[in-house]
Design a protein around this ligand. Structure first.
Ligand SMILES: Nc1ncnc2c1ncn2[C@@H]1O[C@H](COP(=O)(O)OP(=O)(O)OP(=O)(O)O)[C@@H](O)[C@H]1O
Length: 255
């Protein structure tokens, strides 16, 4: 382990991670637990993260997706409190959903409109970008640009559900990123992608995007490219630190 397990600090102390504050806004968990029925999914998680690229790793069922879903209010804590860029996902759900773009591992969950171009344009409906509403022409231009970025231009008029799994994943990314969320949370975004698209998407998420990114992944090569990694096991945050060290201890524990 590169650092001691989280969540055991006495009340009143600062959550861990504060020593590594960066230029990005903060994600703060204070003694957060989540139970589904009477089964704990996360237990006493306290952490402060302000790095630009945050990897979330750990075994199957360890609580990674639950952690990610807490960030935009898809899951609510059973106890404890959360602040994401100053917002409380429980009390300010609407603001949080505008601030946090969430990319699911199953892209079918995110397709809402019949065609690819309509689905991307739908994300901008009723949204202010840079403090103002976009005109129809601006929306069309932005959609065209975003489709080009994600290699979907030739599928613009295709039924969204006719795309392959990987193409749907690209569409989901495109539809979320076009809204320019200030935090991007991606839960296994490359799971369905081939090698070329994994490179393309990981370069976009990890190298290009100016925003803060939380990346839940089993792909250790991607986790290694982040600024910090956190690791869950059995619903507890058991490690936080330099990705190489966190990945090493994870690999050792599973050798
Ligand atoms: N909606 C839910 N209802 C009941 N139990 C749930 C729910 N979501 C998650 N869990 C349980 O919480 C625990 C943590 O699940 P979670 O999806 O957060 O793990 P994970 O680390 O993302 O796993 P994986 O790597 O397999 O995707 C698991 O035991 C899971 O069965």
């Amino acid at each position: 382990m590169s650092e001691q397990p989280q969540g055991e600090q006495p009340q009143g102390e600062h959550p861990r991670g504060e020593q590594t504050q960066g230029e990005h806004p903060q994600i703060v968990f204070d003694d957060v637990s989540v139970e589904f029925g009477d089964r704990p999914a996360l237990t006493n998680v306290s952490v402060l993260l302000s790095q630009k690229r945050i990897a979330v790793i750990g075994s199957n069922g360890s609580g990674k997706s639950t952690f990610a879903r807490l960030l935009n209010g898809l899951v609510t804590p059973t106890s404890g409190s959360i602040r994401v860029h100053g917002l409380d996902p429980v009390k300010q759900g609407r603001d949080v959903r505008r601030t946090v773009g969430f990319i699911f591992s199953n892209p079918d969950a995110q397709i809402v409109m019949p065609t690819v171009a309509e689905d991307v344009a739908f994300s901008l409906r009723g949204r202010l970008l840079h403090g103002r509403k976009l005109s129809r022409i601006e929306v069309a231009d932005r959609v065209a640009e975003a489709l080009e970025t994600f290699g979907l231009t030739q599928h613009a008029e295709a039924p969204a559900h006719s795309l392959s799994g990987g193409q749907k994943q690209l569409l989901a990314l495109c539809a979320v990123l076009i809204t320019e969320p200030s935090l991007v949370v991606a839960d296994e975004p490359t799971a369905l992608l081939d090698a070329a698209n994994t490179r393309r998407i990981s370069a976009h998420l990890l190298d290009t995007l100016p925003q803060q990114v939380v990346l839940v992944t089993h792909n250790m090569a991607l986790a290694a490219r982040c600024d910090v990694a956190i690791r869950f096991e059995g619903g507890r945050l058991v490690d936080l630190g330099e990705p190489a060290a966190v990945i090493d201890s994870y690999a050792r524990d599973h050798a």
